[in-house]
Design a protein around this ligand. Structure first.
Ligand code: SAM
Length: 181
């Protein structure tokens, strides 16, 4: 099952760090890439690109002109569209359905107010608790549950560096060129 993220209404100045963190979390927790609708902001794409170069994987970042087209195209490909919102149905009540469908997922996260049309076009409106918090946290928990905690041991193809977990201190190994696949 492949999961892609649609980040709505990115504002260049206000959301730079948060949108970058959405990408970092998406990448680390198993999503394939992130579409961004809003201000075009090369700094977000280049931050994620640098992380891919060092830590591996091929997480994509793509700026889009129309969020509706991203949703429509996802549906045409047979993906399930999930909008993360505190007003939705709690994830545990729909998780089994989402996983057993065995279909790819487009998961939507907002920044400012998300228009009602997004709720209508989505197949599921899902909450991660019914309190307002953050798109970064909502995305992390959604991906953690969908991929059964795979972020703990996920490996990234082509990584130059790999961390060896330590009780204390930091151990990072430099991978040899034959490992760069
Ligand atoms: N007030 C905005 C609205 O009405 O949509 C929410 C803004 S919130 C800072 C940004 C995003 O975080 C939301 O669009 C949603 O994707 C996510 N989010 C925040 N709290 C959430 C929750 N409890 N459950 C699911 N997603 C949440």
């Amino acid at each position: 099952m492949k999961v892609e993220v649609l980040r709505l209404f990115h504002r260049k100045e206000r959301d730079k760090r948060v949108t970058t963190h959405c990408g970092l979390v998406g990448r680390a927790f198993g999503a394939s890439g992130m579409y961004i609708y809003g201000d075009r902001d090369e700094s977000v794409a280049s931050s994620i690109r640098k992380v891919n170069e060092t830590w591996g994987g091929s997480f994509f970042v793509e700026f889009v002109e129309s969020w509706k087209d991203v949703i429509r195209r996802a549906k045409e490909r047979g993906s399930i569209v999930v909008n993360l919102t505190m007003y939705g149905i709690p994830l545990p009540e729909k998780l089994g359905e989402l996983k057993s469908a065995g279909r790819d997922i487009l998961v939507i996260i907002g920044s400012e107010k998300v228009p009602i049309e997004v709720y209508r076009m989505s197949d599921y409106n899902i909450s991660i608790g019914t309190q307002p918090h953050s798109e970064v946290a909502a995305l992390a928990i959604f991906l953690d549950r969908i991929f059964d905690g795979s972020e703990f041991y996920r490996e990234f193809a082509g990584a130059r560096l790999r961390i060896v977990p330590q009780e204390k201190g930091k151990k990072v190994i430099q991978l040899k060129s034959e490992d760069l696949r």
